[in-house]
Design a protein around this ligand. Structure first.
Ligand SMILES: [Zn+2]
Length: 147
């Protein structure tokens, strides 16, 4: 009985890992461009029309090209009919839940990679071209580098 209690205690400790530790691991395996995209998505500061319109960039309206009233990240990622290969992305992410997509390593990797490939943000066209050109060189730097 005492052993069982100890085992439960150990598991409780594992569960109470602070969020900070998990968040650090979220970015592992992301390229520089994917990392930037992850930051944009998680902060909501992103060059889609909904946000551009809201901050005063003359884009006309926050409307998406598909006719949806707001071109928000959530709309583009989960429901815009103009986007392709969404099913493969959601399969790779292992979830269709927007919050899970942005808060798990697997979800972030799949969604940032997909969004860059979708060519919706001008600033990421360059990153996509680099990724296509230098396929072999796309392995990120080691986690710990001495500089
Ligand atoms: Zn749309």
């Amino acid at each position: 009985m005492q052993r069982l209690t100890q085992a439960r205690g150990a598991r409780a400790v594992a569960w109470s890992t602070p969020w900070g530790t998990i968040t650090q691991g979220l970015r592992e395996g992301l390229t520089k461009a994917e990392n930037t995209m992850a930051t944009l998505l998680r902060t909501g500061v992103i060059g889609l029309k909904d946000w551009l319109y809201w901050v005063g960039v003359p884009v006309g309206s926050p409307r998406c090209e598909c006719g949806w009233p707001r071109q928000s990240p959530k709309h583009v990622i989960l429901s815009c009919p103009l986007r392709t290969n969404r099913e493969a992305m959601l399969l790779a992410a292992g979830t269709e839940n927007y919050n899970t997509l942005l808060s798990t390593q697997k979800g972030l990797k799949a969604v940032t990679q997909w969004l860059i490939s979708q060519n919706v943000l001008n600033q990421f066209r360059v990153a996509r071209e680099i990724a296509v050109e230098g396929k072999g060189a796309s392995i990120g730097p080691p986690l710990m580098t001495l500089q």
